[in-house]
Design a protein around this ligand. Structure first.
Ligand SMILES: [Zn+2]
Length: 322
């Protein structure tokens, strides 16, 4: 048993014994270091996966802990590879598990069988990760293509000159940054001046016509926009003119009927007078019917116009419309 306390016996000599453990002839790690001369340290090892014991064939669950003999058995680059020898708690048969630094996992070396429960991408509709460094694996087709003569020719004939061009361009741009900056700032200033003038003009225009300040105005010097605006203006005017004409016609039709003017000479005059006399006749007919209180089935008379002064006129309009 190693010394857990700080009791120094009377015969303890610091110069001779160096430490309490040495005085007692024990290692600091105690009984766990009993096989240290073989390079074995006893550690507590927890099963990283489910296994079947190779001796008794019993299932041993992940997480079961053993006093394992830990031993360094090799190196993967600068990472040591350890092996853990454990004794099955059911049958006392030995099994050995090693670390695998290359694939960051544990492998069962002997005495047991691992229960495979890893996620398999290929099995679940995904793609397996292929180690391109491995010599035995099929080569990456793109990597193989890069090594062909065509690819090398392309690299020397096309890519290298292009890179040189880009380098030249970069050198040109970085040659005299002061001048470039000056030129750029000059251009920005000129553009800013134009922009400010335009903004001022827009503002004054909006104030003049009482337009909202947030209204965005189109640029007058844009030919496309100008043409569009002109077109829309013409369309609007045409619509307005049509509306005016129809309104005038309606007003003319709604106007009270005047006695027919004396007939004039000429075909047009006679036609006009005939039309107006016809209208007068229709109006008088409908007025008579309204007065009798028997609206014909072909005449639509609004109920409001049956009584009142405007009844006759409304009846006339309804008749003409139908
Ligand atoms: Zn066993």
């Amino acid at each position: 048993m190693q010394g857990f306390n700080k009791y120094y016996p009377p015969d303890y000599d610091d110069a001779k014994h160096k430490s309490l453990n040495a005085y007692r002839g024990k290692h600091a790690l105690g009984d766990r270091a009993r096989k240290l001369d073989q390079g074995i340290l006893i550690t507590r090892f927890e099963l990283p996966f489910n296994i079947w014991c190779g001796t008794c064939n019993a299932h041993i669950g992940m997480g079961v802990r053993y006093n394992a003999e830990k031993k360094k058995i090799g190196m993967y680059y600068s990472t040591p590879i350890f092996s853990f020898r454990c004794k099955c708690h059911l049958c006392s048969g030995w099994f050995e598990i090693q670390t695998d630094p290359q694939n960051t996992r544990y492998v069962v070396v002997s005495g047991a069988r691992r229960k495979e429960e890893d996620w398999d991408p290929a099995e679940n509709g995904g793609f397996a990760v292929i180690d391109t460094d491995s010599k035995t694996e099929p080569a990456d087709p793109l990597a193989a293509l890069e090594k062909t003569t065509d690819a090398q020719t392309h690299a020397t004939k096309v890519q290298a000159p292009r890179l040189e061009q880009l380098e030249d361009l970069s050198a040109y741009y970085n040659d005299d940054p002061y001048t470039h900056s000056q030129r750029a700032r000059k251009r920005f200033r000129a553009e800013k001046k134009v922009e400010q003038a335009r903004e001022e003009a827009d503002k004054s225009l909006k104030q003049k016509y009482g337009l909202p300040a947030e209204l965005a105005l189109e640029r007058a010097d844009d030919p496309v926009t100008a043409a569009e605006a002109r077109e829309e203006w013409a369309r609007g005017r045409a619509a307005r003119a049509g509306e005016n004409t129809s309104r005038k016609r309606k007003l003319a039709l709604e106007a009270p009927v005047l006695p027919a003017p004396p007939p004039r000479r000429g075909a047009s005059a006679s036609k006009e007078s005939a039309a107006s006399s016809l209208r007068a006749r229709i109006l008088s007919n409908s007025a008579r019917r309204t007065a009798a209180g028997a609206g014909g089935p072909d005449v639509l008379i609004p109920p409001s116009s049956r009584k009142g002064t405007g009844g006759n006129l409304a009846a006339g309009i309804a008749l003409r419309k139908s």
